[in-house]
Design a protein around this ligand. Structure first.
Ligand SMILES: C[S@@+](CC[C@H](N)C(=O)[O-])C[C@H]1O[C@@H](n2cnc3c(N)ncnc32)[C@H](O)[C@@H]1O
Length: 209
């Protein structure tokens, strides 16, 4: 069996290690990437086929989906932002850095998306393993990111990396979670901010990690 990847000391440290609930307390009803990047994210999610029962992890007031899925659950830090999400059917406020578990039954989603947010997780492998648990076999976990972030809240390992290395970091999280087929990472065409997408399908058999 392959030994687990060891991340360098300090990789998951953050400049602001204070309570995320305080940082995300004020609602930010803003776009975190520009229009060209938003279009690229929407096109990617369309291509993956984000449909059925969908979880938008680390969500806010917009989920960047072009088509409304059958049922959209949004999970994030700020209730007012989630309340303002016009596509959401169900809203969950949860700090994944204090508790990386997801309050959902096994195999309850067809697709999970996470947009421009994976860099804020301090225990991302545990969260990705949970995504594997709540996804149905064959379901996709699709993540996108750009080159913008809240630098005090992003982990140091992310801040020290370039786009290519960040894609490798996300792919490593997915592999280490032990629930997915081999991840695919690609740079997507964008007229503005860069968009990097990583996705993997939930393996048909059980967890191996
Ligand atoms: C840059 S915003 C992106 C929001 C949204 N995904 C979008 O594309 O507009 C980062 C989001 O990550 C979420 N987030 C940050 N830290 C989190 C944590 N510890 N647990 C859960 N969600 C978190 C916040 O709610 C925030 O809305």
């Amino acid at each position: 069996m392959t030994p687990p990847v060891t991340f360098p000391p300090g990789f998951f440290d953050r400049a602001d290690d204070g309570d995320d609930a305080a940082f995300y307390g004020p609602p930010r009803l803003v776009q975190h990437i520009d229009d060209g990047a938003i279009a690229a994210v929407g096109a990617f999610y369309d291509e993956i086929g984000v449909s059925g029962d969908v979880l938008d992890l680390m969500s806010s007031w917009v989920s960047h989906l072009r088509t409304r899925p059958r049922h959209l659950t949004v999970l994030g830090m700020n209730a007012a932002e989630l309340d303002a999400n016009p596509m959401a059917d169900e809203r969950v406020v949860r700090d994944l850095n204090t508790d990386p578990t997801l309050p959902f039954a096994d195999a309850s989603f067809d697709t999970v998306v996470c947009t421009v947010s994976i860099d804020y997780l301090t225990t991302p492998v545990a969260v990705c393993a949970e995504v594997g648990r709540v996804l149905r076999p064959g379901g996709a976990f699709a993540l996108t990111f750009s080159n913008r972030c809240f630098p005090t809240k992003a982990i140091r390992g992310w801040l020290a990396a370039d786009d290519r290395r960040r894609a490798a970091i996300v792919a490593t999280y997915l592999r280490e979670a032990g629930a997915f087929d081999e991840p695919v990472a690609e740079r997507r065409a964008s007229t503005d901010d860069p968009v990097i997408a990583v996705h993997a399908r939930r393996r048909a058999e059980g967890l191996t990690a």
